[in-house]
Design a protein around this ligand. Structure first.
Ligand code: BG6
Length: 271
């Protein structure tokens, strides 16, 4: 695990899964939620932070495990940089995987006042490489009852809790008061998490991403998950950026594609 300290923030990055488990600005609560009962086992993904989902999302019938292989593999450090502007950049590389088409996969994490992450995939094979990707960001919130999510009004989504029924988001401010598991499609917009309890707005800016996933397991699913505390659903929300389902990437031979996120936070103005 790499521990990163900048003049504005701290962060932690595990080589297991290229997993950012911590980012916190000085004087603020952690931006990323981490489960207190995450397992940190060799074959299991870490619960919280930013799991890197690649090369598939969810659990297609022909795949051996949920959300791809990247989050359970050990990545290698390719480069570390701390330029004069005070930021720190970690570049990781996914080692050769016999179960993937020939490709190069890198993950670049930059820590400063903000947290930036970039998943870069190059197709080194002679055929098109079709894949899904997603940076599965778990955010810390003070109390899920005082959270709203904006930036998705009018966007179509697939409701994973209703046999992938296609629906349209009607709300300007999405409030969470039951289990939510939605894949918003064809949307490149910034999404914000407004947290009245921690008096903070988290902005999720993205590039190279046409899907946003919003997930909170709520009570029954939280209880069913071994690596997630029964009450932790109150303290987190996932707003994930990627390309899934009909937005899957089709990468021609020799081409490179990047999925980028920038996470930032500001105080909530009193109204
Ligand atoms: C979300 C999915 O992205 O990840 C949910 O939409 C899923 O369906 C959740 O339950 C967590 O997945 P996992 O494999 O980390 O338990």
């Amino acid at each position: 695990m790499l521990e990163i300290v900048t003049p504005w923030s701290t962060a932690e990055v595990y080589l297991h899964g290229a997993h950012v488990t911590h980012f916190q600005k000085n004087g603020e609560p952690p931006l990323l939620f981490m489960s207190q009962v995450s397992r940190f086992l060799r074959d299991a993904p870490i619960r919280g932070g930013i799991p890197v989902i690649f090369p598939w999302f969810g659990k297609p019938v022909d795949k051996p495990l949920q959300h791809g292989i990247a989050r359970v593999r050990n990545w290698e450090v390719k480069e570390l940089a701390s330029p004069a502007d005070g930021s720190v950049t970690v570049k990781l590389r996914l080692p050769y995987c016999s179960d993937l088409p020939a490709c190069a996969v890198e993950y670049v994490v930059t820590v400063s006042r903000t947290l930036r992450a970039e998943l870069v995939v190059t197709n080194k094979s002679e055929k098109e490489f079709a894949f899904e990707n997603c940076l599965h960001t778990y955010f810390t919130v003070g109390d899920i009852g005082s959270v709203s999510v904006t930036g998705l009004k009018g966007v179509k989504y697939l409701d994973q809790l209703d046999s992938l029924a296609r629906k349209v988001e009607k709300e300007n401010r999405i409030h969470i008061s039951s289990e939510v598991d939605r894949v918003y499609v064809d949307t490149k917009h910034t999404v914000s998490v407004h947290d009245a309890s921690l008096k903070r707005i988290i902005r999720v800016e993205k590039e190279g991403s046409a899907s946003t996933v919003v997930w909170n397991p709520w009570i029954a699913k939280a209880k069913a998950m071994q690596d997630f505390g029964d009450e932790e659903y109150q303290k987190m929300i996932c707003v994930e950026s990627g390309n899934v389902n009909g937005n899957a990437v089709k990468l021609a031979p020799g081409k490179t594609v990047s999925l980028r996120i920038k996470l930032s936070s500001t105080g909530l103005k009193k109204t």
